[in-house]
Design a protein. Structure first.
Length: 75
C-alpha cells in the first residue's frame, strides 16, 4: 500500500490570515499607485470610500498620508 507524500510545510497563517494579508497588500499597492488618494483607491478597487477607510483601520494597512487638499482662493 503506497503512502501519500507529506504536504509541504505552510506558514503559520491560516486561510483567514492569508486573505487578510492579501487584502492588506492589495490596498497598500493601490494606495501607492494613487499617491495616497483614498477616494481614487476606493474607486479603483470598486469599494465605497468609507469601507476602504474601515479596511485600512482594521487590517493595519501602512497607508501613505493623503495628499494635501487644495484650497480655493477666495477673492
Amino acid at each position: 500500500m503506497a503512502t501519500m507524500p507529506a504536504a509541504p510545510a505552510l506558514p503559520a497563517a491560516d486561510y483567514h490570515g492569508a486573505v487578510s494579508a492579501f487584502k492588506r497588500r492589495l490596498i497598500e499597492t493601490t494606495l501607492h499607485q494613487t499617491c495616497g488618494n483614498r477616494t481614487h483607491a476606493a474607486r479603483a478597487l470598486g469599494l465605497q470610500r468609507t469601507y476602504l477607510l474601515r479596511l485600512i483601520r482594521e487590517l493595519g494597512v501602512a497607508a501613505p498620508p493623503p495628499p494635501p487638499r487644495r484650497r480655493s482662493h477666495a477673492a
